[in-house]
Ligand binder design. Structure first.
Ligand code: FES
Length: 87
């Protein structure tokens, strides 16, 4: 379980363990467009302002993953603590 804050609205949402960020946000009425939901296609590309990301996708390059500036929230999660997304 971790918390995701959306920078533009300032709203924070709890992401339960075992539920993807995109699925959890959809439950809260926040829609990030998805397609594959397997970390492959790139549709859900989301910029990240802060947080420690556990990248589980195969879409981003190693450089992008190490930058910590973007993530694929259909599969990737927080490694620890909260995430702030640039949406
Ligand atoms: Fe395809 Fe997230 S929906 S990478």
């Amino acid at each position: 379980t971790f918390r995701v804050t959306l920078a533009r609205s300032g709203q924070s949402y709890i992401i339960p363990s075992g539920v993807s960020i995109t699925d959890a946000l959809r439950e809260y009425g926040v829609h990030i467009e998805t397609s594959c939901e397997q970390g492959v296609c790139g549709t859900c590309y989301t910029k990240v302002l802060s947080g420690n990301i556990n990248h589980k996708d195969v879409y981003l390059s190693e450089e992008e993953k190490q930058s910590g500036a973007c993530m694929m929230p259909c599969v990737s999660r927080s490694a620890s603590g909260d995430l702030i997304l640039d949406i």
